[in-house]
Design a protein around this ligand. Structure first.
Ligand SMILES: NC(=O)c1ccc[n+]([C@@H]2O[C@H](COP(=O)([O-])OP(=O)(O)OC[C@H]3O[C@@H](n4cnc5c(N)ncnc54)[C@H](O)[C@@H]3O)[C@@H](O)[C@H]2O)c1
Length: 391
């Protein structure tokens, strides 16, 4: 059993989840034969550092991520920071020779994502990007069916990522709403998942045309009691401008000739986190909805959909539950992601979605943004490096 010393940078929602996932992965995937050790956490926020040491079990916590990266004892790092720090921290991780698992969207733009991916590739480092929906067992089964010709030739794809997390105009103006800090709005925050998922199931997206809109133009500035985009202000305080899109609609052409329709909102009232992907083929169709993570709707005849519960034959389901009908949850998807990254660290090969996959999704988002401004179809540039979505 080999110990791997892990550093996690930023201990918010995702940082805490990465920590728990490193710990659970070897229990679900004992053949990895590695034991991740929560060595150092880095976060300027004292409460986050306290959580890291006293709840998550890190040996120590520091305020400055540079201190973590310069520690020769650390074997690999997670980058779970707000988007505006991804490029800076990822390039510093490469400079320090640390393989990294980074959250999506990887950069604030395709250019930043490219810099990260090319630097990691040049340094020969394995990477992982937080495209966790790839790991849903029902998605693994959907992909197997599509790629084995089970629904015939794919004609069209519908991806609908509708969330309500900012539907309340009183929800706080955090970094997510600022172009300088987040980059795009839903195109990066939600549709980066959708673009990657569609490429993972169907194949490469070649070109897009898009429209977007900004609906809630001002939001209250953060206050001591309301610092997250999920918290609402009491009202009456100062407000500031929202700078990126609340809603986006994208039409895409895949290399195969299939057409995709993507839609995403962070202000939809009704769907909570309703992430749906439909794949239509000449012989059948598939539908998955995050609200029903453990189900896959399959139409493989002309008799309409039947609903199949995920079970031990689907993806990595058997690592978590012994039989169909028992449920997996969101956090389990991250355990699978951690296991892929740990396997890469142990074997020196790329298994998780790579930095090149993060760059590929970012090129689609940037092309959609360009099209939303110009109204034209925009060709999505091909990325170099090792993508995994077509493996
Ligand atoms: N894969 C997914 O499904 C998923 C879900 C949510 C968020 N994310 C992504 O994860 C990233 C983080 O999102 P979150 O929701 O965990 O954010 P969060 O707001 O919960 O946490 C951000 C953390 O970063 C820390 N931080 C701020 N400045 C820092 C600095 N200079 N150095 C180090 N840490 C610093 C904050 O103190 C905070 O603890 C984002 O890129 C987001 O898009 C991915």
């Amino acid at each position: 059993m080999k110990n791997l010393n892990i550093g996690i940078i930023s201990l918010g929602w995702m940082g805490g989840l990465h920590a728990r996932s490193y710990l659970s992965a070897p229990r679900r995937y004992p053949e990895l034969n590695v034991e991740p050790v929560l060595h150092t956490a880095a976060d300027p926020d004292a409460t986050a550092r306290d959580l890291a040491v006293n709840t998550l079990g890190f040996a120590r916590a520091v305020a400055d991520y540079r201190e973590l990266l310069s520690d020769p004892e650390i074997d690999a790092v997670s980058i779970c920071s707000p988007n505006f720090l991804h490029r800076e921290i990822a390039l510093a991780a490469v400079e320090a020779g640390k393989p990294f698992w980074i959250e999506k969207p990887m950069g604030r733009s395709a250019q930043e994502s490219r810099e990260i991916a090319e630097a990691a590739e040049r340094a020969g480092l394995v990477t992982a990007v937080g495209f966790n929906y790839r790991n849903v067992p029902a998605i693994a089964e959907a992909r197997r069916l599509v790629r084995s010709g089970g629904i015939g030739e794919v004609t069209n794809v519908r991806v609908s990522f509708l969330a309500d997390y900012s539907s309340d105009p009183a929800s706080t103006l955090t970094w997510r709403f600022k172009r300088e800090l987040a980059g795009t709005g839903v195109l990066g925050d939600l549709l980066s998942h959708g673009f990657d998922l569609a490429q993972f199931i169907v194949g490469r997206i070649d070109s897009v045309t898009a429209a977007d809109s900004l609906v809630i133009r001002q939001r209250p500035l953060p206050t001591a009691g309301a610092t997250s985009h999920l918290s609402a202000s009491a009202g009456g305080g100062p407000v500031g401008p929202v700078e990126n899109e609340d809603y986006a609609a994208v039409i895409a052409r895949f290399d195969s000739g299939a057409i995709g329709v993507f839609e995403s909102s962070r202000i939809a009232v009704g769907p909570r986190a309703e992430y749906i992907i439909d794949v239509y083929g000449t012989k059948g169709s598939l539908r998955w909805n995050f609200h029903r993570l453990n189900e896959l709707q399959i139409a493989d005849s002309r008799d309409g959909y039947r609903t199949v519960m995920a079970g031990p034959g689907f993806g990595d389901f058997a690592r978590f539950q012994p039989g169909p009908g028992l449920s997996m949850g969101f956090d389990d998807l991250k355990t699978i992601e951690a296991a892929l990254f740990l396997r890469s660290l142990a074997e020196g090969e790329q298994f998780a979605p790579s930095a090149a996959d993060g760059w590929a999704a970012a090129e689609i988002a940037d092309a959609a943004l360009e099209s939303a401004a110009s109204g034209a179809w925009v060709t999505v540039p091909e990325v170099s490096g090792e993508t995994t979505y077509n493996r």
